[in-house]
Design a protein around this ligand. Structure first.
Ligand SMILES: [Zn+2]
Length: 438
């Protein structure tokens, strides 16, 4: 089956923007990209741009209803609040919450997520929504046998949800919460890896001296060196690893990451919200690292909004460098699409609109915004775009989100009930209240 989508602009990311452009989709893949004049108009979107679906290089979908949890608490009590609340809900609730997170991603034009999942719930959630995903099962602690048993148990539970579209990965959480032996054991599974690296000063305090707030919540020893140097010395940096955050990295650590082909998930909103700092994006990029953008989760950021994330990346890069040309809108768009695809090792399949790749795309309307009539379509999408302006998200050529046509009521009410469970409140009819907002 062939379908055609056209708009004022097509931004292929690989290749120049095409004014009055069209994308032809056949069998779930992109068959052609070019002028509407040549390809036909098909489904026409006025005042809109067609972009590659965004690739969210770091998320935790199952924290989608954690907004505001523990705000203002110090790290220790903050973590204790999360652990206590998490124990109050079960598998169905985790899936309901992850489903809301996945739906919000699709509504933001995100068509692929690299999701670190504590329970594995992201796998059935993404499979049900048709959202492309690598679901990295999270691992903690110092006992390799226990870690492998944990992964095997979660893997069994989510096996029916796995496919070419929803793939499995593993996420040894961080060098301060996971021992080198556990890292090694999880790497031996041969799966793609995500790990949190050099996120905060607290992490450095613990890694270097064994003190600070992390000392009270981990049973893993400290190596007396930084996270990147520790992972490098243990042979735990490699091309299948995404290092999330990389805020507190010096020039030598960036060289180590580059020499080992590690990819980075840049999460500027999360890093700012938690007061961790500004990652050295310019240095990471100029070292040749593969860098994608991640929204992290509402446990730290307010939303799975990739437009806000692109803007935050631009603000942070320009503020840090003191130069407006430090990161352009087109470069931010590339980070959010092809950059993420490269970080996930999926750039042969997704991340740009070129014939042969999967038909993962988003249609963003700029109608009624101050960015029309058009000057620079990338500037318009990055600075004027928002989830409310996403008209359509396609994964494998199929509509996975259409404005006004999505079952938000069911998704929101199940997740709201789970949030009540987390808060230790009765789960009485939240449906009516949710319905008013939908
Ligand atoms: Zn994370």
């Amino acid at each position: 089956m062939t379908s055609i989508f056209s708009a004022d602009w097509v931004l292929p990311v690989e290749g120049d923007p095409i004014e009055d452009g069209a994308v032809v989709v056949e069998g779930g893949r992109i068959a052609a990209v070019g002028p509407t004049e040549e390809l036909g108009a098909g489904a026409r979107f006025e005042g809109a741009a067609i972009v590659p679906g965004f690739v969210n290089a770091h998320s935790h979908l199952e924290y989608a209803v954690y907004a505001g949890f523990g705000d203002g608490l110090a790290f220790g009590p903050w973590l204790a609040t999360h652990i206590e609340r998490k124990a109050r809900i079960g598998w169905e609730d985790f899936v309901a919450i992850a489903r809301l997170g996945g739906a919000e991603c699709l509504a933001s034009g995100i068509t692929t997520v690299a999701d670190a999942s504590y329970s594995g719930a992201a796998a059935p959630a993404c499979a049900g929504l048709g959202l492309r995903a690598i679901v990295y099962l999270e691992v903690f602690g110092a006992d390799p046998a226990a870690a492998l048993e944990h992964v095997a148990r979660l893997r069994d539970r989510i096996e029916p949800s796995l496919s070419e579209r929803v793939r499995l990965g593993v996420s040894p959480h961080a060098p301060y919460s996971v021992s080198a032996d556990v890292y090694r054991a999880t790497y031996a599974l041969g799966l793609p890896v995500v790990t949190h690296v050099s996120e905060s000063d607290h992490e450095l305090d613990y890694m270097l001296r064994g003190d600070g707030p992390i000392a009270g919540v981990t049973s893993v020893g400290h190596p007396r060196t930084t996270s990147v140097r520790h992972l490098a010395a243990e042979g735990l940096l490699g091309g299948n690893v995404i290092a999330a955050h990389c805020v507190k990295v010096d020039a030598e650590e960036i060289e180590l990451l580059a020499a080992h082909g590690v990819a980075v998930a840049h999460c500027p909103r999360s890093n700012a919200m938690l007061g961790c700092g500004l990652a050295p994006l310019a240095e990471l990029r100029s070292a040749g690292l593969r860098v994608g953008l991640g929204t992290d989760s509402p446990a730290s950021t307010p939303s799975f909004d990739m437009f806000e994330e692109m803007r935050a990346a631009v603000y942070a890069a320009r503020a840090r460098a003191g130069r407006p040309e430090a990161l352009s809108a087109a470069e931010a768009l590339e980070l959010a699409t092809l950059g993420g695809a490269r970080a996930l090792g999926l750039d042969g399949e997704i991340g740009s609109l070129v014939p042969g790749k999967r038909a993962d795309l988003a249609v963003v309307s700029l109608a009624g915004s101050p960015y029309l009539p058009w000057e620079d379509p990338a500037v318009a999408v990055v600075f004027g775009g928002s989830p409310e302006r996403v008209q359509l998200s396609l994964v494998d050529g199929e509509a996975r989100y259409e404005k006004g046509g999505f079952g938000w009521l069911e998704v929101r009410s199940a997740a709201a009930s789970a949030r009540n469970g987390l808060l230790g409140r009765p789960r009485e009819a939240v449906r009516a209240r949710v319905a008013q907002k939908t």
